[in-house]
Design a protein. Sequence first.
Length: 161
Amino acid sequence: MYDPRIQPLHRMLEQSQPMMEPVTCPIRKEVDVYLAMSRGRVMAEHLGFKLVDRTRIEIVILELARNLLVHANGGQMIFRRIEHSDYGLGMAIESIDQGPGIADIELAMQDGYSTAHTLGAGLPGVRRLTDQFQIESQVGIGTRVYAVKWLQSLRRSIYER
């Protein structure tokens, strides 16, 4: 049912101040993955990312959200508009869970490694698709992944040259 007090995300973003509010997406079930992708896409569009980078951002969100479901039984994702004096405007994507944690981050970052019998492309792919990447994890406590895509990326795809 339509509630006029609740504004669609794109309307909220259009009316936001120059420093956009963070967008938090709880990830508890499969549909939450796609809601997070949609909300991330809207933010990336609002920030002015080109189609190629918006697609990269969506893939990053998909991979991290799926990891939350598969490995931690859920968690949350937070998207933020960020600015840096050297890099300019960007979008930060943070994934936080209170799952079992990752015992060997170096091993988890290798292409093909998976504890869930998948292709093992998730975390290494996220690292490749973003400009900055950081992962912290403690066994028995949880995992935090922080990735940034800058609007003016320092590296360019061979398709954008």
